[in-house]
Design a protein around this ligand. Structure first.
Ligand code: ADP
Length: 439
Protein backbone atom coordinates (compact mmCIF):
# COMPACT_ATOMS: atom_id res chain seq x y z
CA UNK A 1 0.00 0.00 0.00
CA UNK A 2 1.16 3.52 -0.79
CA UNK A 3 2.24 5.69 2.18
CA UNK A 4 -0.26 8.58 2.43
CA UNK A 5 0.36 11.01 5.29
CA UNK A 6 -2.70 13.28 4.69
CA UNK A 7 -4.97 10.18 4.62
CA UNK A 8 -3.62 9.06 8.03
CA UNK A 9 -4.19 12.58 9.44
CA UNK A 10 -7.65 12.63 7.97
CA UNK A 11 -8.46 9.25 9.55
CA UNK A 12 -7.24 10.39 13.02
CA UNK A 13 -9.09 13.68 12.84
CA UNK A 14 -12.28 11.96 11.67
CA UNK A 15 -11.99 9.49 14.59
CA UNK A 16 -11.39 12.25 17.13
CA UNK A 17 -14.21 14.38 15.65
CA UNK A 18 -16.52 11.32 15.90
CA UNK A 19 -15.57 10.86 19.60
CA UNK A 20 -16.15 14.59 20.28
CA UNK A 21 -19.55 14.34 18.55
CA UNK A 22 -20.58 11.35 20.71
CA UNK A 23 -19.42 13.35 23.84
CA UNK A 24 -21.41 16.35 22.66
CA UNK A 25 -24.44 14.08 22.22
CA UNK A 26 -24.14 13.22 25.95
CA UNK A 27 -23.46 16.88 26.85
CA UNK A 28 -19.63 16.46 27.41
CA UNK A 29 -17.80 17.08 24.10
CA UNK A 30 -14.41 17.49 25.91
CA UNK A 31 -14.77 14.09 27.64
CA UNK A 32 -15.61 12.60 24.27
CA UNK A 33 -12.39 14.08 22.73
CA UNK A 34 -10.33 12.94 25.74
CA UNK A 35 -11.74 9.41 25.57
CA UNK A 36 -10.97 9.34 21.83
CA UNK A 37 -7.36 10.46 22.49
CA UNK A 38 -6.85 7.88 25.27
CA UNK A 39 -8.22 5.10 23.05
CA UNK A 40 -5.92 6.17 20.20
CA UNK A 41 -2.91 6.22 22.56
CA UNK A 42 -3.82 2.77 23.88
CA UNK A 43 -4.18 1.39 20.35
CA UNK A 44 -0.78 2.90 19.40
CA UNK A 45 0.85 1.28 22.44
CA UNK A 46 -0.66 -2.12 21.56
CA UNK A 47 0.67 -1.83 17.96
CA UNK A 48 4.14 -0.83 19.23
CA UNK A 49 4.11 -3.88 21.56
CA UNK A 50 3.11 -6.22 18.70
CA UNK A 51 5.87 -4.74 16.56
CA UNK A 52 8.41 -5.29 19.33
CA UNK A 53 7.27 -8.91 19.81
CA UNK A 54 7.59 -9.60 16.10
CA UNK A 55 11.04 -7.96 15.85
CA UNK A 56 12.30 -9.80 18.94
CA UNK A 57 11.22 -13.21 17.58
CA UNK A 58 11.19 -12.81 13.80
CA UNK A 59 11.73 -16.51 13.14
CA UNK A 60 8.69 -17.50 15.24
CA UNK A 61 6.39 -16.25 12.52
CA UNK A 62 7.42 -15.09 9.11
CA UNK A 63 4.18 -13.17 8.69
CA UNK A 64 4.06 -9.67 10.28
CA UNK A 65 1.19 -8.66 12.61
CA UNK A 66 -1.83 -7.36 10.74
CA UNK A 67 -2.94 -3.79 11.31
CA UNK A 68 -4.54 -0.80 9.60
CA UNK A 69 -3.50 2.74 8.79
CA UNK A 70 0.02 3.93 9.53
CA UNK A 71 0.85 0.86 11.61
CA UNK A 72 -0.36 -1.46 8.88
CA UNK A 73 1.99 0.23 6.41
CA UNK A 74 4.91 0.13 8.90
CA UNK A 75 4.37 -3.65 9.39
CA UNK A 76 4.19 -4.24 5.64
CA UNK A 77 7.37 -2.22 4.93
CA UNK A 78 9.28 -3.98 7.69
CA UNK A 79 8.11 -7.33 6.40
CA UNK A 80 9.34 -6.46 2.91
CA UNK A 81 12.73 -5.39 4.34
CA UNK A 82 12.98 -8.61 6.33
CA UNK A 83 12.16 -10.71 3.25
CA UNK A 84 14.77 -8.88 1.13
CA UNK A 85 17.33 -9.38 3.89
CA UNK A 86 16.60 -13.14 4.05
CA UNK A 87 16.86 -13.38 0.27
CA UNK A 88 20.24 -11.57 0.22
CA UNK A 89 21.42 -13.81 3.06
CA UNK A 90 20.40 -16.94 1.12
CA UNK A 91 22.09 -15.66 -2.02
CA UNK A 92 25.30 -14.86 -0.10
CA UNK A 93 25.26 -18.23 1.65
CA UNK A 94 24.84 -19.98 -1.70
CA UNK A 95 27.75 -17.99 -3.13
CA UNK A 96 30.00 -18.78 -0.13
CA UNK A 97 29.05 -22.46 -0.39
CA UNK A 98 29.93 -22.44 -4.07
CA UNK A 99 33.32 -20.78 -3.44
CA UNK A 100 34.01 -23.29 -0.67
CA UNK A 101 32.94 -26.19 -2.89
CA UNK A 102 35.20 -25.02 -5.73
CA UNK A 103 38.20 -24.42 -3.41
CA UNK A 104 37.54 -27.83 -1.86
CA UNK A 105 37.73 -29.34 -5.32
CA UNK A 106 41.16 -27.72 -5.85
CA UNK A 107 44.22 -29.92 -5.68
CA UNK A 108 46.14 -27.11 -3.98
CA UNK A 109 45.77 -26.48 -0.28
CA UNK A 110 44.22 -23.07 0.49
CA UNK A 111 44.39 -21.56 3.99
CA UNK A 112 43.17 -18.20 5.32
CA UNK A 113 44.75 -16.75 8.43
CA UNK A 114 44.42 -13.46 10.23
CA UNK A 115 47.31 -11.05 10.59
CA UNK A 116 48.86 -12.99 13.51
CA UNK A 117 48.60 -16.31 11.70
CA UNK A 118 45.51 -17.70 13.48
CA UNK A 119 43.81 -20.10 11.06
CA UNK A 120 40.32 -19.03 10.01
CA UNK A 121 39.49 -21.36 7.14
CA UNK A 122 41.13 -24.02 4.94
CA UNK A 123 40.06 -26.45 2.25
CA UNK A 124 40.10 -30.24 2.06
CA UNK A 125 43.43 -30.38 0.20
CA UNK A 126 45.09 -28.38 3.01
CA UNK A 127 43.87 -31.06 5.43
CA UNK A 128 45.39 -33.77 3.24
CA UNK A 129 48.65 -32.00 2.36
CA UNK A 130 49.37 -30.37 5.74
CA UNK A 131 47.46 -32.65 8.11
CA UNK A 132 45.13 -30.00 9.58
CA UNK A 133 42.19 -31.29 11.67
CA UNK A 134 38.78 -29.82 10.66
CA UNK A 135 37.53 -28.77 14.12
CA UNK A 136 40.54 -29.00 16.41
CA UNK A 137 42.82 -26.65 14.50
CA UNK A 138 40.45 -23.72 13.92
CA UNK A 139 41.95 -20.60 15.54
CA UNK A 140 45.34 -22.28 16.06
CA UNK A 141 48.47 -20.40 14.99
CA UNK A 142 49.76 -21.79 11.72
CA UNK A 143 53.36 -21.67 13.04
CA UNK A 144 52.39 -24.26 15.65
CA UNK A 145 51.18 -26.61 12.93
CA UNK A 146 53.89 -25.98 10.32
CA UNK A 147 56.95 -25.89 12.54
CA UNK A 148 59.60 -25.61 9.81
CA UNK A 149 61.77 -22.58 10.77
CA UNK A 150 61.99 -21.53 7.10
CA UNK A 151 58.19 -21.26 7.01
CA UNK A 152 58.06 -19.02 10.10
CA UNK A 153 60.79 -16.80 8.66
CA UNK A 154 58.95 -16.62 5.31
CA UNK A 155 55.58 -15.89 6.96
CA UNK A 156 57.01 -13.11 9.14
CA UNK A 157 59.23 -11.56 6.44
CA UNK A 158 56.19 -10.30 4.47
CA UNK A 159 58.22 -10.50 1.24
CA UNK A 160 56.23 -12.99 -0.80
CA UNK A 161 57.62 -12.32 -4.28
CA UNK A 162 59.29 -15.75 -4.43
CA UNK A 163 57.55 -18.96 -3.26
CA UNK A 164 58.97 -21.13 -0.47
CA UNK A 165 59.61 -24.87 -0.81
CA UNK A 166 59.30 -27.16 2.23
CA UNK A 167 58.45 -30.76 3.04
CA UNK A 168 54.92 -31.35 4.34
CA UNK A 169 54.90 -31.50 8.16
CA UNK A 170 52.30 -34.31 8.06
CA UNK A 171 53.66 -36.32 5.12
CA UNK A 172 57.41 -35.75 4.75
CA UNK A 173 57.48 -37.48 1.34
CA UNK A 174 55.36 -34.63 -0.09
CA UNK A 175 57.30 -31.58 -1.23
CA UNK A 176 55.28 -28.37 -1.11
CA UNK A 177 55.60 -24.98 -2.73
CA UNK A 178 54.09 -22.31 -0.49
CA UNK A 179 52.89 -18.97 -1.84
CA UNK A 180 51.39 -16.31 0.44
CA UNK A 181 49.28 -13.30 -0.58
CA UNK A 182 48.18 -10.45 1.66
CA UNK A 183 44.52 -9.41 1.51
CA UNK A 184 41.94 -7.43 3.48
CA UNK A 185 43.15 -6.13 6.81
CA UNK A 186 46.66 -7.62 6.60
CA UNK A 187 45.19 -11.15 6.49
CA UNK A 188 46.95 -13.90 4.58
CA UNK A 189 45.88 -16.33 1.88
CA UNK A 190 48.27 -19.27 1.81
CA UNK A 191 48.37 -21.64 -1.17
CA UNK A 192 50.28 -24.92 -0.80
CA UNK A 193 51.04 -26.73 -4.06
CA UNK A 194 52.24 -30.32 -4.26
CA UNK A 195 55.45 -30.15 -6.36
CA UNK A 196 56.83 -33.55 -5.35
CA UNK A 197 57.11 -34.81 -8.94
CA UNK A 198 58.95 -31.72 -10.13
CA UNK A 199 61.21 -31.85 -7.09
CA UNK A 200 62.01 -35.53 -7.75
CA UNK A 201 62.75 -34.82 -11.41
CA UNK A 202 65.05 -31.94 -10.42
CA UNK A 203 66.73 -34.23 -7.88
CA UNK A 204 67.16 -36.91 -10.57
CA UNK A 205 68.70 -34.36 -12.93
CA UNK A 206 71.16 -33.23 -10.25
CA UNK A 207 72.02 -36.82 -9.30
CA UNK A 208 72.46 -37.74 -12.97
CA UNK A 209 74.85 -34.86 -13.64
CA UNK A 210 76.72 -35.60 -10.40
CA UNK A 211 77.01 -39.34 -11.14
CA UNK A 212 78.01 -38.92 -14.78
CA UNK A 213 80.67 -36.39 -13.78
CA UNK A 214 82.00 -38.77 -11.13
CA UNK A 215 82.09 -41.70 -13.56
CA UNK A 216 83.90 -39.63 -16.17
CA UNK A 217 86.51 -38.31 -13.79
CA UNK A 218 88.59 -41.50 -13.45
CA UNK A 219 88.96 -42.34 -17.18
CA UNK A 220 89.67 -38.70 -17.89
CA UNK A 221 92.39 -38.56 -15.23
CA UNK A 222 94.03 -41.59 -16.86
CA UNK A 223 93.84 -40.05 -20.35
CA UNK A 224 95.18 -36.70 -19.08
CA UNK A 225 98.00 -38.43 -17.22
CA UNK A 226 99.14 -40.31 -20.34
CA UNK A 227 98.79 -37.20 -22.50
CA UNK A 228 100.91 -35.16 -20.08
CA UNK A 229 103.60 -37.85 -20.14
CA UNK A 230 103.49 -37.76 -23.93
CA UNK A 231 103.77 -33.95 -23.91
CA UNK A 232 106.78 -34.22 -21.56
CA UNK A 233 108.45 -36.56 -24.06
CA UNK A 234 107.25 -34.77 -27.15
CA UNK A 235 110.85 -34.47 -28.48
CA UNK A 236 110.89 -38.22 -28.98
CA UNK A 237 107.63 -38.15 -30.97
CA UNK A 238 107.38 -37.76 -34.73
CA UNK A 239 106.90 -34.02 -35.55
CA UNK A 240 103.42 -34.54 -37.06
CA UNK A 241 102.13 -35.92 -33.71
CA UNK A 242 103.48 -33.16 -31.45
CA UNK A 243 100.83 -30.55 -32.22
CA UNK A 244 98.01 -33.10 -32.00
CA UNK A 245 99.21 -34.40 -28.61
CA UNK A 246 99.51 -30.85 -27.22
CA UNK A 247 95.99 -29.97 -28.36
CA UNK A 248 94.63 -33.20 -26.89
CA UNK A 249 96.37 -32.48 -23.56
CA UNK A 250 94.95 -28.91 -23.46
CA UNK A 251 91.43 -30.15 -24.25
CA UNK A 252 91.56 -32.95 -21.69
CA UNK A 253 92.66 -30.51 -19.00
CA UNK A 254 89.71 -28.26 -20.00
CA UNK A 255 87.39 -31.26 -19.64
CA UNK A 256 88.91 -31.97 -16.24
CA UNK A 257 88.13 -28.44 -15.00
CA UNK A 258 84.62 -28.76 -16.44
CA UNK A 259 84.04 -32.01 -14.57
CA UNK A 260 85.52 -30.59 -11.36
CA UNK A 261 83.13 -27.60 -11.60
CA UNK A 262 80.14 -29.85 -12.43
CA UNK A 263 80.84 -32.05 -9.40
CA UNK A 264 81.29 -28.99 -7.19
CA UNK A 265 78.05 -27.43 -8.47
CA UNK A 266 76.06 -30.62 -7.93
CA UNK A 267 77.48 -30.96 -4.39
CA UNK A 268 76.60 -27.35 -3.58
CA UNK A 269 73.10 -27.78 -5.06
CA UNK A 270 72.34 -31.03 -3.28
CA UNK A 271 73.64 -29.57 -0.04
CA UNK A 272 76.30 -32.26 0.32
CA UNK A 273 78.56 -29.58 1.78
CA UNK A 274 77.01 -29.18 5.19
CA UNK A 275 77.05 -25.59 6.36
CA UNK A 276 77.17 -26.42 10.11
CA UNK A 277 77.92 -23.33 12.06
CA UNK A 278 81.38 -22.92 10.60
CA UNK A 279 82.97 -19.47 10.70
CA UNK A 280 85.00 -17.99 7.87
CA UNK A 281 87.65 -15.34 8.23
CA UNK A 282 86.83 -13.38 5.05
CA UNK A 283 89.87 -11.12 5.47
CA UNK A 284 92.29 -14.07 5.44
CA UNK A 285 90.36 -15.88 2.69
CA UNK A 286 90.32 -12.85 0.37
CA UNK A 287 94.04 -12.32 1.08
CA UNK A 288 94.88 -15.88 -0.03
CA UNK A 289 92.69 -15.71 -3.16
CA UNK A 290 94.18 -12.34 -4.20
CA UNK A 291 97.65 -13.84 -3.75
CA UNK A 292 96.71 -16.62 -6.22
CA UNK A 293 95.03 -14.04 -8.49
CA UNK A 294 98.33 -12.08 -8.72
CA UNK A 295 100.05 -15.31 -9.81
CA UNK A 296 97.27 -15.89 -12.40
CA UNK A 297 97.61 -12.32 -13.65
CA UNK A 298 101.36 -12.91 -14.25
CA UNK A 299 102.61 -10.79 -17.09
CA UNK A 300 99.26 -8.99 -17.43
CA UNK A 301 100.40 -7.14 -14.32
CA UNK A 302 96.99 -6.13 -12.90
CA UNK A 303 96.90 -3.88 -9.81
CA UNK A 304 94.92 -6.00 -7.35
CA UNK A 305 94.05 -4.20 -4.11
CA UNK A 306 92.12 -5.39 -1.07
CA UNK A 307 90.00 -3.16 1.20
CA UNK A 308 88.67 -4.63 4.44
CA UNK A 309 86.53 -2.34 6.61
CA UNK A 310 85.02 -4.92 8.97
CA UNK A 311 87.05 -7.64 10.68
CA UNK A 312 84.11 -9.69 11.94
CA UNK A 313 83.80 -13.33 10.85
CA UNK A 314 81.16 -14.66 8.47
CA UNK A 315 79.02 -17.65 9.45
CA UNK A 316 79.37 -20.05 6.51
CA UNK A 317 81.25 -22.87 4.83
CA UNK A 318 84.78 -21.78 3.99
CA UNK A 319 85.29 -24.10 1.03
CA UNK A 320 82.03 -22.96 -0.62
CA UNK A 321 82.86 -19.31 0.01
CA UNK A 322 86.37 -19.88 -1.35
CA UNK A 323 84.88 -21.29 -4.60
CA UNK A 324 82.50 -18.34 -4.92
CA UNK A 325 84.99 -15.57 -4.17
CA UNK A 326 87.78 -17.12 -6.25
CA UNK A 327 85.44 -17.47 -9.25
CA UNK A 328 84.64 -13.75 -9.07
CA UNK A 329 88.22 -12.63 -8.48
CA UNK A 330 89.71 -14.93 -11.16
CA UNK A 331 86.98 -13.78 -13.60
CA UNK A 332 88.07 -10.18 -12.93
CA UNK A 333 91.64 -11.20 -13.85
CA UNK A 334 90.46 -13.09 -16.96
CA UNK A 335 88.22 -10.32 -18.28
CA UNK A 336 90.45 -7.31 -17.53
CA UNK A 337 93.12 -6.30 -20.06
CA UNK A 338 96.79 -5.98 -18.99
CA UNK A 339 97.63 -3.29 -16.38
CA UNK A 340 93.96 -2.92 -15.37
CA UNK A 341 92.70 -2.34 -11.81
CA UNK A 342 90.91 -4.86 -9.64
CA UNK A 343 89.55 -3.87 -6.21
CA UNK A 344 88.25 -6.47 -3.78
CA UNK A 345 86.42 -4.99 -0.80
CA UNK A 346 84.65 -6.44 2.25
CA UNK A 347 82.34 -4.02 4.04
CA UNK A 348 79.23 -3.98 6.20
CA UNK A 349 76.31 -1.63 6.74
CA UNK A 350 72.85 -1.84 8.29
CA UNK A 351 71.65 -4.02 5.39
CA UNK A 352 74.34 -6.68 5.87
CA UNK A 353 77.82 -7.65 4.70
CA UNK A 354 79.07 -7.18 1.16
CA UNK A 355 81.97 -8.60 -0.80
CA UNK A 356 82.59 -6.56 -3.93
CA UNK A 357 84.93 -7.44 -6.81
CA UNK A 358 85.32 -4.43 -9.10
CA UNK A 359 87.41 -4.43 -12.26
CA UNK A 360 88.26 -1.99 -15.03
CA UNK A 361 87.83 -4.75 -17.63
CA UNK A 362 85.86 -5.30 -20.81
CA UNK A 363 82.45 -4.98 -19.15
CA UNK A 364 79.23 -6.81 -20.03
CA UNK A 365 76.35 -5.75 -22.27
CA UNK A 366 73.33 -5.16 -19.92
CA UNK A 367 71.17 -7.57 -21.98
CA UNK A 368 73.29 -10.49 -20.74
CA UNK A 369 73.32 -9.58 -17.03
CA UNK A 370 70.01 -11.28 -16.00
CA UNK A 371 71.17 -14.59 -17.54
CA UNK A 372 74.84 -14.63 -16.50
CA UNK A 373 74.33 -17.01 -13.57
CA UNK A 374 72.76 -19.69 -15.79
CA UNK A 375 74.92 -22.74 -16.42
CA UNK A 376 77.14 -22.35 -19.50
CA UNK A 377 75.79 -18.88 -20.31
CA UNK A 378 78.48 -16.66 -21.77
CA UNK A 379 78.21 -12.98 -22.61
CA UNK A 380 80.69 -13.39 -25.45
CA UNK A 381 80.90 -17.01 -26.58
CA UNK A 382 83.73 -16.25 -29.02
CA UNK A 383 85.96 -15.21 -26.12
CA UNK A 384 85.63 -18.19 -23.83
CA UNK A 385 88.27 -20.19 -25.71
CA UNK A 386 90.89 -17.56 -24.77
CA UNK A 387 89.84 -17.40 -21.11
CA UNK A 388 89.55 -21.16 -20.68
CA UNK A 389 86.48 -20.79 -18.46
CA UNK A 390 83.94 -23.55 -17.95
CA UNK A 391 80.85 -21.29 -18.02
CA UNK A 392 79.86 -22.63 -14.60
CA UNK A 393 81.65 -20.11 -12.38
CA UNK A 394 78.78 -17.69 -11.80
CA UNK A 395 76.27 -20.57 -11.41
CA UNK A 396 78.50 -21.84 -8.57
CA UNK A 397 78.61 -18.32 -7.05
CA UNK A 398 74.80 -18.06 -7.19
CA UNK A 399 74.24 -21.42 -5.46
CA UNK A 400 76.83 -20.75 -2.77
CA UNK A 401 75.08 -17.46 -2.01
CA UNK A 402 71.65 -19.17 -1.91
CA UNK A 403 73.10 -21.60 0.66
CA UNK A 404 74.22 -18.60 2.72
CA UNK A 405 70.91 -16.67 2.45
CA UNK A 406 72.69 -14.15 0.24
CA UNK A 407 72.36 -12.89 -3.31
CA UNK A 408 74.53 -11.66 -6.15
CA UNK A 409 74.34 -8.17 -7.66
CA UNK A 410 76.00 -7.43 -10.99
CA UNK A 411 76.76 -3.90 -12.24
CA UNK A 412 78.58 -3.42 -15.50
CA UNK A 413 79.20 -1.07 -18.40
CA UNK A 414 80.64 -2.12 -21.71
CA UNK A 415 84.25 -1.06 -22.00
CA UNK A 416 84.37 0.44 -18.49
CA UNK A 417 84.40 -2.58 -16.19
CA UNK A 418 82.17 -4.64 -13.95
CA UNK A 419 81.33 -5.00 -10.28
CA UNK A 420 80.07 -8.24 -8.75
CA UNK A 421 78.73 -7.86 -5.20
CA UNK A 422 77.89 -10.76 -2.88
CA UNK A 423 75.35 -9.62 -0.28
CA UNK A 424 75.02 -11.53 3.02
CA UNK A 425 72.46 -10.91 5.78
CA UNK A 426 73.65 -9.12 8.96
CA UNK A 427 72.76 -12.14 11.09
CA UNK A 428 75.69 -14.02 9.54
CA UNK A 429 78.29 -11.66 11.04
CA UNK A 430 80.00 -12.90 14.19
CA UNK A 431 82.41 -11.01 16.46
CA UNK A 432 85.96 -12.34 16.63
CA UNK A 433 86.89 -13.92 19.94
CA UNK A 434 90.00 -12.04 21.18
CA UNK A 435 93.06 -14.29 21.01
CA UNK A 436 94.46 -15.27 24.42
CA UNK A 437 98.25 -15.10 24.77
CA UNK A 438 98.41 -18.06 27.15
CA UNK A 439 100.55 -16.49 29.95
P1 ADP B 1 83.34 -18.47 -17.56
O1 ADP B 1 83.93 -19.72 -17.12
O2 ADP B 1 83.00 -18.42 -19.01
O3 ADP B 1 84.10 -17.28 -17.07
P2 ADP B 1 81.36 -17.69 -15.65
O4 ADP B 1 80.10 -18.36 -15.23
O5 ADP B 1 82.38 -17.46 -14.62
O6 ADP B 1 81.91 -18.51 -16.86
O7 ADP B 1 80.96 -16.32 -16.30
C1 ADP B 1 79.91 -16.27 -17.25
C2 ADP B 1 80.15 -15.17 -18.26
O8 ADP B 1 80.05 -13.90 -17.60
C3 ADP B 1 81.55 -15.18 -18.85
O9 ADP B 1 81.59 -16.05 -19.96
C4 ADP B 1 81.74 -13.73 -19.23
O10 ADP B 1 81.16 -13.50 -20.50
C5 ADP B 1 80.95 -12.97 -18.20
N1 ADP B 1 81.80 -12.43 -17.12
C6 ADP B 1 82.00 -12.95 -15.90
N2 ADP B 1 82.80 -12.18 -15.15
C7 ADP B 1 83.12 -11.11 -15.92
C8 ADP B 1 83.89 -9.92 -15.71
N3 ADP B 1 84.53 -9.67 -14.55
N4 ADP B 1 83.96 -9.05 -16.74
C9 ADP B 1 83.33 -9.27 -17.90
N5 ADP B 1 82.56 -10.37 -18.15
C10 ADP B 1 82.46 -11.27 -17.19
Amino acid sequence: MQYNWSRYLRLIFTGLAGATLVGWFFGHPLYGLLTGLVMYLWWTLVQAHRLYQWLAHPSASDEPPQSVGLWGDIFDSLHKLHRDHLLTQDRLRARINRVQESTNAMRDGVIMTDTRGAMEWWNGSAEYLLGFKPDKDRGQYIHNLIRTPAFKAYFDARDYREPLEINSPAKPHIHLQIQISLFGDDDRLIVAKDVTRLFQLEQMRRDFVGNVSHEMRTPLTVISGYLETLVDHSDELPAKWRRAIKTMAAQSSRMESLITDLILLSKIETGEHTLDDALTDVEALVGQICHDARALSGEKNHRISVQITDRRLLKGDESQLRSAFSNLIFNAVKYTPANGNIVVSWSTNRHGAHLSVKDSGIGIDPVHIPRLTERFYRADPSRHKDTGGTGLGLAIVKHVLINHDGNLEIKSRMGEGSEFICHFPRERLVERVPETTGD
